[in-house]
Write a protein that binds this ligand. Structure first.
Ligand code: NAP
Length: 306
């Protein structure tokens, strides 16, 4: 009876963990969340949906031990240096947190461990620490005596609505050239896919799954955004001057060009295995609409991709 089972979700006040917690709750699981501040609005909102809160921190292994006692499964996500100042986490810290959580899961006899990585991981050194960190955590997990599943999400649709991409000016810039495609996934679909892996552990044990819900070219992005905004949005790739000046964005663009950041998910197979996944069109007129509306009205700002 899955209803008797509990999954400990890390990062449940965030995008991926929040989506996983919602999807698990809606499919009958008990969810426990390790949160830094149980009195925060986000933590209280989680609790109101029936999620059991445990106070803890990635820096405090004892708090992770306590939260992991008596649970069936674990969903593991860590913040990364790719998020810039949001958490101020270094690549070394990300690796340490990711490995420590997996080691504690082994110690506690966790029956199914799901780790979320990134599309660019596991494809050779990238030169960007927040991807290579995930390759290292993945390898560590695969070497442990635990039933595990790894998902590698493509770029989040939510990320497209961050400041600085030009929507308030009637333009949009990203990494793809007009005829070059890139895959994207809605955070809710990460939750849906992860919940499906918990529901069928034998089937997904030992698998590393590239996940995405849609694939869009630069030209397609122009059409899709114009349709969603109800007015013309002109798409262009980030200018070379920006990519030369900002080493982080420049390297990301190279990794899109060589395919590693473009996403390698078999979206048809994912739909067969996990059901309907959200297209960018559907996301922009559904869960992403408030973010789109805000981005269309925002004042111009520097690119805030990190
Ligand atoms: N953006 C993309 O397109 C993309 C694509 C693939 C992979 N990724 C990867 O996704 C990861 C981020 O996932 P996300 O977007 O779901 O994160 P997020 O929304 O920023 O949420 C991060 C979560 O981690 C929690 N947290 C942060 N520091 C903590 C600590 N010291 N102890 C315990 N909990 C802590 C936060 O809790 P609080 O509420 O306490 O802050 C929050 O719940 C990164 O590793 C990134 O590289 C991103």
């Amino acid at each position: 009876m899955t209803v008797e089972k509990t999954v400990l979700v890390f990062g449940a006040t965030g995008q991926q963990g929040g989506a996983v917690a919602r999807a698990l709750r809606s499919t009958g699981w008990r969810v426990r969340a390790l949160v830094r501040e149980p009195a925060s609005e986000k933590a209280k909102a989680l609790e109101a949906t029936g999620v059991e809160l445990y106070r803890g921190d990635f820096t405090n292994a004892a708090s992770i031990e306590t939260a992991m006692s008596g649970v069936y499964g674990v969903f593991s996500v860590q913040p990364s240096s790719g998020q810039g100042a949001a958490y101020g986490v270094t690549d070394e810290e990300e690796v340490r947190y990711g490995k420590t959580i997996a080691d504690i899961a082994v110690k506690h006899g966790i029956r199914h461990f799901v780790y979320t990585s990134a599309a660019a991981a596991g494809k050779g050194a990238t030169g960007l620490g927040h991807f290579d960190s995930k390759t290292e955590i993945e390898e560590h997990i695969r070497g442990l005596p635990i039933r595990s599943t790894i998902v590698r999400p493509a770029a989040f649709m939510e990320m497209l609505m961050l400041p600085g991409m030009g929507l308030d000016q009637g333009t949009f810039s990203f990494f793809m050239r007009p005829d070059q495609s890139m895959q994207f996934i809605a955070a809710d679909d990460i939750g849906k896919i992860v919940a499906s892996t918990f529901a069928d552990p034998e089937r997904f044990a030992g698998q590393t799954i590239e996940i995405a819900g849609d694939e869009v070219t630069g030209s397609g992005m122009q059409e899709t955004l114009s349709r969603a905004a109800g007015r013309a949005i002109a798409y262009s790739r980030f200018p070379d001057s920006l990519l030369e000046q900002d080493a982080f964005l420049g390297r990301l663009a190279e990794l899109v060009d060589d395919g590693r950041c473009a996403g390698a998910a078999d979206i048809g197979a994912l739909r067969r295995n996990f059901g309907a996944l959200t297209t960018l069109d559907a996301w922009l007129s559904g869960p992403g609409k408030p973010l789109l509306d805000a981005a269309l009205q925002a004042q111009d700002a520097p690119v805030a991709l990190r």
